[in-house]
Ligand binder design. Structure first.
Ligand code: F0G
Length: 474
């Protein structure tokens, strides 16, 4: 089934009327039972978890919207691909198939398989990032930022201001602000900037897309200054789909053509394949230059594994190669992003404050507006995550002050501009009925929101604290 495309007029970007009713281009062959523990059990489980849902056993979660990472349902073709995995240590045919699929879909000549996205970041940053460096970009993801800060370098956020205003509806809220980028580069000097990073879609900023024009402009600027451009490609297919639907002049191109042009501007890309390649594990480090590939190869062998398997088994590489094709199919993308949009619109209709417009992979509740009686230092988004579990057995995730960690220089909390609870939609897993239930639970919470209390730490790990922190109610 082909997807209808809007006209190329800029004012039409929200008129994606083909979207909401686009059905899933698959049917369900196998199901996995889920169970809602009763309220008393949920209270006990959350207390034992230290009010941190990362510590809640998955079989005690009814609807799991913690992440879209590695939680998608593989297709029958991907499961069949597993049987064709070549587990040779060197020169595996599965590696060559993966390499060919990366060349075809992403257009990169060189590729190293890694066990997941952060491993690709680790290898690339081992070569490029040094003490005192600055990496400008659009809302770096937390593992990316952690890899930068681990090397005593700094991530500087140059996302457009609109990204930080939840109810502003513009088509490409994930864009890099060229003025901010220019200012950082002028102040820092190019010698301290190993690369500029564009994350597509912008996960930390609400799953919002970056326009093709913005990628072109950032690339032109990088060329002018002699800077490398790197793309964090975790959700590149969803980003390319938004470009096709919303960007003037792109409506008649295929998602794959758009994606390939996007990547053509990058010197390298890291990818968590657990998102848009719809595998449960896997990552990619893609490069254009042989020199960079040679430098990265040593670290890949050291941290991940030999060049032709890296962090993956042959069967994983097979499923990944198949997934790169499936994840860029347009009817699949229309159904997926349509589901997220329907869910988001239903929350807006019910008066729940969310980041607008709905992003590609998740809906983000604006916790500051939802819980106006709480101060940001009382972790309102984390408090909301706890209540969502208590009320409905649903697991979301905090993208707010806890996730932001402390400033490594000052040791102080650094409350981000947006304090969000993300409800991430796994690919090909839940139906609209599941999401309607989530909406109903949120409406109940909204109606008793004055009863929701803030939190404080009882244990705070030094970095990436949101995974292991423990809290109590104030
Ligand atoms: N970059 C982005 C934009 C991501 O969203 C993630 C992971 C990574 C890099 C790291 O990849 O997990 O494979 O090592 N995001 C997940 C999430 C964990 O829940 O958003 P990874």
């Amino acid at each position: 089934m082909s997807t209808a495309k809007p006209s190329d007029q800029p004012h039409d970007w929200q008129n994606t009327s083909s979207l909401p009713s686009h059905p899933e281009p698959y049917k369900i062959k196998m199901v996995e039972p889920i169970h809602l523990p009763d309220r008393a059990e949920r209270e006990l489980i959350l207390q034992e978890a230290g009010l941190n849902v990362f510590n809640v056993p998955a079989d005690r979660v009814f609807i799991d919207l913690l992440t879209d990472s590695g939680t998608g349902a593989m297709s029958e073709h991907q499961w069949a691909s597993l049987m064709e995995g070549d587990e040779s240590y060197a020169g595996s045919t599965s590696f060559h198939r993966l390499k060919a699929s990366v060349q075809e879909i992403m257009g990169f000549e060189y590729m190293l398989p890694t066990h997941q996205g952060r491993a690709a970041e680790n290898v690339l940053h081992s070569v490029l990032v040094h003490d005192g460096d600055i990496i400008p970009g659009n809302s770096h993801f937390d593992t990316t930022k952690a890899h930068i800060e681990f090397r005593h370098a700094h991530a500087v956020d140059c996302t457009v201001d609109e990204c930080f205003v939840p109810d502003v509806e513009i088509p490409f809220k994930g864009n890099v602000d060229l003025d901010k980028l220019r200012e950082v580069v002028d102040q820092t000097g190019v010698e301290k900037i190993p690369f500029v990073l564009i994350t597509v879609t912008n996960n930390s900023g609400g799953g919002q897309p970056v326009s093709l024009q913005n990628v072109r402009d950032v690339h032109a600027f990088c060329q002018e200054r002699g800077l490398r451009l790197v793309i964090d490609a975790a959700r590149f297919a969803e980003n390319a789909w938004f470009i096709q639907q919303r960007e003037p002049g792109q409506g008649d191109r295929t998602v794959r053509e758009i994606a390939k042009e996007m990547f053509s501007y990058a010197d390298a890309a890291t990818m968590s394949a657990k998102k848009d390649a719809i595998v449960n594990m896997g990552g990619l480090l893609c490069m254009r230059s042989e020199e960079l590939y040679t430098q990265c190869s040593s670290f890949n062998i050291l941290f991940e594994g030999y060049l032709t398997y890296g962090g993956l088994s042959g069967r994983d590489m097979e499923a990944l190669a198949t997934g790169l094709y499936e994840g860029t199919e347009e009817d699949y993308l229309a159904a997926r992003i349509g589901q997220v949009k329907r869910f988001g619109d239903s929350l807006t209709e019910a008066g729940i404050p969310i980041v607008r417009p709905p992003g590609g992979h998740a809906i983000y509740v604006d916790a500051k507006s939802f819980l106006p009686h709480l101060d940001q230092e009382q972790f309102p988004a984390q408090a909301l995550v706890c209540e969502l579990y208590l009320e409905g057995g649903i697991r979301g995730v905090e993208i707010g002050t806890v996730l932001a960690d402390r400033d490594p220089d000052t040791g102080k909390n650094r409350p981000p501009k947006l304090e969000l609870m993300r409800m991430t939609i796994p690919r090909r897993v839940y139906t609209d009925n599941h999401l309607q239930y989530v909406r109903d639970v949120l409406v109940t919470l909204r109606d008793r929101r004055e009863s929701i209390r803030g939190l404080k730490f009882t244990y705070e790990p030094p970095i990436l604290r949101h995974f292991r922190a423990r809290f109590e109610w104030e």
